[in-house]
Every structure is written in structure tokens, then in C-alpha cells.
Design a protein around this ligand. Structure first.
Ligand code: GLY
Length: 393
């Protein structure tokens, strides 16, 4: 079978694979991407919140540092990408308002505020009245909220399209087919065999297959990334001109324990997300999922039911055991990983491109990515002292 060679072959043309390929090509590496539909994947569904502060969770402090670093790089990244491609990315520095609808939500938000303050993050507690002053469409019952002026948004579909254009501009070659199998030659990743039997050869291979990264044939079992699909259903509505401005920033809440967020785009689109469902590879949009999102969003913004519902869609987040990405050498020579970004794929796009390209060009993983090496899931547990072993035997 014909065989084509490059310095770098990226498996997966979602935003993570594309940004890796673009940045690698900018460093002078000949780069190819294998994906039947570059620019597809979870980014076609995602709302595009850049929510390092409002999506902070207990136990995710290490991830927070990476999220903040990527948020810091976003303005320069977005400016470079849109200047190069001429594409408007819908990058909107609009801030976020997280609100509480009842006493439980309020207690939850107070806890989040305390955690944000302990983590040195900027957020301001507002009364319900002040929340409604900022966003008059909010329900009268809103009990209070957190104003986070540093959590912004980008349109992930536009981001994906611009990254395809940037890759083309940088000379990245696209193989529009599936990678069937990783080929390993003398204990080193050597490339892939595609669905039509073509062998694509490369000095280094990056597995950036999103939720599918954990099931590529040919990757040694012990090194397969522990990535699983986590379903999210998302709705898109349209805000007619006569209703504008409907919302001026992202508004979100936890309603009966479920996250709901409303992300208003400058072009009048309003994205409402998202369910979090552990259902394997299922991407069905369900009546229940749509009902719950609309019910919760309606409690927040009653006027929402007036808007045309233009799209319902489900996607699969690439979940990892600690909700953080896997970045860098896989443990098999020549194979690197860029996957497992879970809720933060859009936010982590700039930093992922930078650290992977650096690792590909120099063999060195930058400091900020070291806590996220795949080895944290594959390294054998530290040896236990002999005396302890005897006692527990
Ligand atoms: N980051 C938003 C979500 O994953 O639903």
C-alpha cells in the first residue's frame, strides 16, 4: 500500500488536533492530520465558555493553573488566528454571571465564592437586585450571584473552521479518512494504517482523537488513554432583533443539582447547555434532555420560551479519571497524547497547541504541562517498604 511520510502525524482533526498541527507546522515540522471530517467533533456542539473561574471545582486546583494559563493566552491566540485567516471567531470578552435561584443554590454559590477567593481568583458577590440590574431578563426570584468579569466565550464552530484554514495556510496535509490502527515498528510508533489501507508514516504521532482516543487499535493496552465519552445535550435558540439585547453576558446556575448555562453570541444565537450523561457512545437528543434544559433555563430567564428553538444536538466530551487532559509522551516512543480535555477543550486549545508543538519540536514538555503527563495513569505504584508488605500480607 502507498505510504506517505511527514515529521508529525496528528490523529484527530477536532480543535485539539488542529491546534497541535497548526503550531507544529509553524515550527517548521512537516505535519499531517488524519480525520474524515477535520473541524468536526465535540466543538460542533460545545457552547464555548472560557470558564476557568466559574467552572472551578474542589480538587481541581492543579487543573485550574493550566486553565488560567490558557485563558491568559486567549487574547493573543484569537488575535493571531483571526488575523491570519480573516475569520471572525466570535471571541467575546463579555464576562459571566452565576446566579442562585433558591437557598440551596445560594449556599452552593457561596461555597464556590469562598473557594475562588482562597484560590486568589476575581469574583464579586452580588445581591439578587444587583444581578437583575446587570441582566434585566433574569427571573425576579434570583437570590444572588457571582459576577466573574474574566470568564469569556468564543464560538467553537468558528474556531474549528479558522483552525482548518490556519492549518492549510501552514501547509498541513489533510487525509480525510479514519485512522484504523496505530502501526508500531521496533517498539516505536511509526504511523497509522487508514480505513482504505494507506500507510501514513511519521517520525512522531499525536493521538488527539477526543472521546475516541481510548480505542485506537494498535496502541498497547497498558498505554491506551483512559478516556471515556461523557454526553452533553445542547440547544441553540435565536434572539430576534426586537428582543436584543436579551443577555449581555453568559448566565449560568446550578438548578436542582444540574448545571445550566446560557451563552449569548453577538450574532443573536443563544446557546443553552448542557446535560452531563454517562451513557457511552450514545448521542441521541432526548425529549427528557431538552425538557430539563428548557425547564431550568426558563426558571432563570422566563422570557426564553418566546425564542425560536433552532437546533438540538448532543456531543461527547472526552472525560478522564481526574477531569484533566493527558498531554505529552505516552510511554511508547514516538507517540504523544493530546486528549481527555473533558469540560475544558475550548478553553485549553491555546495552551495545548503550544505545549504539544514545543514537545514535538524539542522533545521537552514545558513546565506548565508536566502535571498532565499520561504517565500519571500508567506509572506503577511506588514500591512499599518491605516491613509494611509483611504486615499487610
Ligand atoms: N464546559 C461546559 C460543559 O462541558 O458543559
Amino acid at each position: 500500500m502507498s505510504s506517505r511520510t511527514s515529521d508529525v502525524l496528528v490523529i484527530g482533526g477536532g480543535i485539539i488536533g488542529l491546534v497541535t498541527a497548526w503550531r507544529a507546522a509553524q515550527r517548521g515540522l512537516t505535519t499531517a492530520v488524519v480525520d474524515p471530517e477535520p473541524g468536526g467533533g465535540a466543538a460542533r456542539v460545545a457552547a464555548g465558555m472560557l470558564a476557568a473561574v466559574t467552572e472551578l471545582h474542589y480538587g481541581e486546583e492543579t487543573l485550574l493553573a493550566l486553565n488560567l494559563e490558557s485563558a491568559r493566552r486567549y487574547p493573543g491566540f484569537a488575535a493571531e488566528l483571526s488575523e491570519l485567516t480573516g475569520h471572525d471567531l466570535g471571541y467575546r470578552r463579555c464576562g459571566t454571571l452565576a446566579v442562585a435561584l433558591d437557598a440551596d443554590d445560594r449556599a452552593h454559590l457561596r461555597e464556590l465564592h469562598a473557594l475562588q477567593q482562597r484560590s486568589g481568583l476575581e469574583s464579586e458577590w452580588l445581591s439578587g437586585r444587583d444581578c437583575r440590574r446587570l441582566e434585566p431578563m433574569l427571573a425576579p426570584g434570583v437570590r444572588g450571584g457571582l459576577r466573574v468579569d474574566g470568564d469569556h466565550q468564543i464560538d467553537p464552530r468558528r474556531l474549528a473552521t479558522a483552525l482548518v484554514a490556519a492549518c492549510e495556510h501552514a501547509g498541513v496535509v489533510f487525509h480525510r479518512t479514519w485512522a484504523e490502527r496505530l502501526d508500531v515498528v521496533r517498539e516505536r510508533a511509526a504511523g497509522v494504517t487508514t480505513a482504505d489501507g494507506t500507510e501514513l508514516r511519521a517520525e512522531q504521532v499525536v493521538l488527539a482523537g477526543g472521546s475516541m482516543s481510548g480505542r485506537l487499535a494498535g496502541v498497547p493496552d497498558a498505554l491506551l488513554p483512559p478516556v471515556r465519552p461523557v454526553k452533553g445535550q445542547v440547544l441553540r435558540l435565536a434572539v430576534p432583533r426586537r428582543f436584543a439585547p436579551f443577555l449581555s453576558r453568559t448566565v449560568r446556575a446550578v438548578v436542582r443539582g444540574s448545571q445550566v448555562y446560557l451563552v449569548p453570541r453577538e450574532n443573536g444565537e443563544l446557546v443553552v447547555g448542557a446535560t452531563t450523561e454517562e451513557l457511552g457512545w450514545d448521542t441521541t437528543v432526548t425529549a427528557g434532555g431538552v425538557y430539563e434544559l428548557l425547564r431550568d433555563a426558563h426558571e432563570l430567564i422566563p422570557g426564553l420560551t418566546e425564542l425560536p428553538l433552532t437546533e438540538t444536538r448532543a456531543g461527547l466530551r472526552p472525560g478522564s479519571p481526574d477531569n484533566a487532559p493527558l498531554l505529552g509522551p505516552s510511554g511508547l516512543d514516538g507517540l504523544l497524547l493530546a486528549t481527555g480535555h473533558y469540560r475544558n477543550g475550548v478553553l485549553l486549545t491555546p495552551v495545548t497547541g503550544d505545549v504539544l508543538a514545543h514537545a514535538l519540536a524539542t522533545g521537552d514538555l514545558p513546565e506548565e504541562a508536566r502535571p498532565f503527563t499520561p504517565q500519571r495513569f500508567t506509572a506503577p505504584p511506588p514500591e512499599r517498604p518491605a516491613r509494611l508488605m509483611e504486615q499487610s500480607a
